[in-house]
Design a protein around this ligand. Structure first.
Ligand SMILES: [Zn+2]
Length: 830
């Protein structure tokens, strides 16, 4: 028995749900009928289940003896439950519960929600769709809305005849009533958790069905977007086969539909058999999209399909396990993407994402990857970089330490043992321990149960560790003290890689020219002693790609924490040489953006010169246009160089080229965003309106996003405020928060935009999904030149916490202070 008031009694379990919903898209309401077969495990006269924003009728329960009980449910809004108390006890055994109910199709992008959008023909369309994770199934039908209560679902939908409707299972029957409505009955699902149930109603079209070793796979999309679906089919088919083979278990659903939703708060959601996606994460034309956009679609599809096993088939027992669900899917998505297109070197690119997580994790306001969750809403704060990217990185480190085959065997063992059931994190460590004979639980506890990460130092023949932090703690620190660190070291003389497990005590190492974090999978910062650095430095350009990425990232961490000087960072950036991998350049560009934000107006020419010194040779080397036979990743390097030179670098050459391409509307997918940033920053008369026009008539979701997000680059305060207003009043709810975040991050207009957003707090609540609120306000924390403003921002957000992600916002606020220190130091070095 549990004492957590948010958890339901386990005396009664749902076994099989029959839910019939009739949405009314005009009035934004729905009617529902529910019958649930129950297993009464201990005799009781009270039954509690979850329901919120539902109007329930009388509940009828038929017990194992055939006796019928009726009662009026009592709602509890705080715990989001409905409780029925019966006159007599229900005996142990099976029972059925019946209830009719009414609900609302909300516009908050959660539960069963309604969304309207203007299609490509200018017609307003309405859809009704679901997003249940973590605990919003209870807004659509009464249910035992905890992951542990796995059950079978039988969904029936009555919808307008001209619309399509989908759910987790194949359609069993479709009856038109001749009155403008039809009823679709969907088959039973496998035994699974409520948060994976889904249904979608709207004017959709479908691709051809592809048979993937017996699994029917389709892409479903808003009308007229079918030409953007073949790539998703290709990736989906690949991932289905790859995971079936990796896990050695067939796909657990009966079919797989992947559907693009025009307004979606997350990237995607792994509903079994009916995966929902934001349009940009599913629909893409590889011929016109950028490499980054194509990679993103691939990675998201692989991520969601990995969840069909890890998450859907085997599910966390309670919400603190959500990190493992997401960390594992992130890790597996990288592995699958890497297998799909080895030439993309996806694990190297992942180095950039990992570093984004470590940039948070080096703050005292970081958190342990896993923490105790009492109210399910606490787990909402887990959907962040620390869960996905740090969690995924820690799993990658473990995989490299155990060996790829041993790791896979442990995963197979875990999935087989717990199929159709629930687990806690340590179940996975136990399975990996059985497969490997290594102390997995002991190692992983140091990474999962405390925040932060170490810095490993190689000095005087020893490896030692110390906690890494960007600065001194202003209050309590969540950074841990000691980790069990798998450290791989390669000798540049012999090429031999040696594994060490570094704990609290110094570990002696052999050899002289040594690369720490060989292969680059270790989740830590590295510091070399003077002699050790001198032995490695001349070879930076010859290291493996990911090792180079890490050296640059560690140098940036050193600069941001004011531990190394700007000149030293620039020297390392220049020593990279002609690197075709964008991951290194991404970090260098991001660092120089911060330097630019820190610089005074008088220092701006100096920053310009640094940008030109580093990026002009790369642009000269690779040119504005793709060349025959060039590396797949070079287009991203090109885009970074154009973007840096065209904006901060103020390069006349790049600006002229950007104008020419924009005016002749001859932008190429890979460099489009970089040229658009450049054009927007130049602010020629009429361009702003032209950007909006092209956004409105864009031919793909990616093109739409490019124009929309580039609006943030227009320089005047009036333009920034006008764009901010449109985010609230005109653009889609899924996009507004992202663009507001970019506007808030503007070096010059950030504070004005932030003040505008805080003046519309009611609209923030009304218009944007709670999990996106942090996106709006996070951007301004890159404004580092006015400590007084930093205090104003912090005071406001302490008094007015954002929904769901206050912890993420606190991290951004701490980073704002670190940034202010960095800015002060770097200004003395320019
Ligand atoms: Zn996920």
């Amino acid at each position: 028995m549990t004492t957590n008031p948010y958890r339901l009694s386990q005396s009664v379990w749902p076994v099989r749900y029959f839910v019939h919903l009739t949405p009314n898209l005009e009035s934004a309401t729905f009617d529902g009928d529910l019958m649930v077969e129950l297993d009464v495990r201990s005799a009781t006269n009270t039954i509690a289940f979850n329901a919120i924003e539902l109007e329930l009728g009388e509940v009828t329960i038929t017990d194992a003896n055939g006796a019928s009980h009726t009662a009026t449910p009592v709602m509890n809004e705080e715990f989001e439950t409905a409780t029925v108390t019966l006159a007599s006890e229900l005996p142990v055994g099976s029972a059925t519960l019946k209830v009719a109910f009414k609900g609302i199709l909300n516009d908050k992008l959660h539960g069963f929600y309604r969304s309207t959008y203007v299609d490509q023909d200018g017609v307003t369309q309405t859809i009704a769709t679901t997003q249940f994770e973590s605990t919003d199934a209870r807004r659509a039908f009464p249910c035992w809305d905890e992951p542990i209560f796995k059950a079978e679902y039988n969904v029936t939908l009555t919808v307008p005849s001209h619309l399509s409707a989908y759910s987790n299972s194949p359609e069993l029957s479709n009856t038109d009533h001749g009155n403008g409505t039809k009823t679709l009955v969907f088959g039973p699902t496998m035994k699974m958790s409520t948060y994976l149930v889904a249904f979608v109603v709207g004017p959709f079209e479908e691709s051809e069905t592809v048979d993937v070793d017996g699994v029917p796979l389709r892409i479903i999309f808003p009308k007229g977007k079918g030409h953007l679906s073949p790539f998703a089919i290709e990736v989906g088919a690949f991932a289905l086969r790859w995971f079936s083979n990796y896990f050695n278990i067939p796909y657990p659903g009966d079919k797989l539909d992947m559907i693009a939703i025009p307004d979606f708060a997350f990237g995607a959601m792994e509903n079994l058999g009916l995966v929902t996606y934001r349009e940009t994460a599913l629909l893409v034309d590889p011929a016109t999209a950028s490499q980054v956009e194509v990679e993103r679609v691939t990675e998201v599809i692989c991520h969601e399909i990995a969840h069909m096993w890890f998450g859907d088939l085997v599910t966390m027992e309670w919400w603190e396990g959500i990190w493992l669900n997401e960390a594992f899917a992130t890790f597996m998505a990288n592995a699958c993407t890497d297998a799909f297109r080895p030439e993309w070197r996806y694990w190297v690119g992942f180095g950039t994402f990992r570093d984004m997580a470590l940039q948070i994790d080096g703050l005292h306001s970081t958190r342990p990857i896993e923490y105790e969750v009492v109210s399910p809403s606490e787990s909402q704060g887990m959907f962040d970089l620390l869960t996905y990217e740090k969690g995924g990185s820690v799993l990658r480190m473990l995989q490299q330490f155990l060996g790829e085959d041993t790791f896979r065997d442990g995963i197979r063992r875990y999935l087989k043992k717990h199929a159709y059931a629930n687990t806690v994190t340590t179940d996975l460590w136990d399975a990996l321990e059985e497969a490997s004979g290594q102390p997995v639980r002991e190692i992983m506890n140091t990474w999962i149960l405390q925040g932060g990460h170490p810095q490993i130092t190689l000095e005087n023949g020893f490896l030692t560790q110390a906690p890494f932090a960007y600065g001194a703690a202003r209050g309590e620190s969540n950074i841990g003290k000691n980790w069990l660190v798998p450290v791989q070291v390669r000798s540049l003389d012999t090429g031999t890689v040696t594994n060490y497990l570094v704990g609290a005590d110094p570990v002696p190492v052999e050899g002289t020219s040594l690369v720490v974090n060989a292969g680059g999978s270790g989740v830590y910062r590295t510091r070399y002693g003077k002699d050790e650095l001198a032995a490695v430095a001349p070879s930076i350009a010859k290291l493996e790609e990911l090792e180079r990425v890490i050296i640059v990232a560690d140098a940036w961490a050193g600069l941001f924490s004011s531990n190394i000087a700007l000149d030293d960072f620039v020297a390392i950036a220049k020593s990279i040489g002609d690197d075709d991998n964008p991951a290194t350049w991404t970090t260098i560009a991001s660092a120089l953006e911060w330097v630019n934000r820190a610089a005074t107006d008088e220092q701006r020419d100096k920053v310009r010169a640094i940008v030109k010194e580093i990026f002009q040779p790369q642009l000269d080397r690779i040119g504005f246009d793709p060349r025959d036979g060039e590396d797949d990743l070079v287009p991203q390097v090109r885009a970074i160089a154009i973007s840096m030179l065209g904006t901060i670098g103020n390069s006349e050459q790049v600006q002229a080229e950007a104008q020419r391409r924009f005016d002749s509307n001859s932008l190429d997918g890979d460099t489009a965003r970089a040229f658009l940033r450049t054009v927007a920053s130049m602010n020629r008369p009429g361009d702003y309106d032209e950007f909006v026009r092209r956004y409105e008539s864009a031919g793909s979701p990616q093109e739409e996003q490019r124009y929309l997000m580039s609006l943030a680059e227009f320089p005047t305060e009036a333009q920034a405020l006008e764009t901010a207003r449109r985010c609230f009043d005109e653009f889609r709810g899924q996009d507004g928060p992202m663009l507001l975040g970019l506007l808030g991050g503007s070096r010059t207009n950030g504070p004005a935009v932030w003040r505008y957003m805080t003046s519309r707090m009611n609209d923030v609540q009304e218009k944007f999904a709670p999990n996106l609120h942090v996106r709006l306000f996070g951007g301004v924390t890159t404004y580092v030149n006015d400590p007084k403003f930093a205090e104003e921002v912090e005071a406001f957000h302490t008094a007015n916490p954002v929904a769901v992600s206050q912890r993420t916002l606190e991290q951004a606020l701490e980073k704002m202070h670190v940034g202010a220190n960095f800015a002060e130091t770097v200004r003395t070095q320019l």
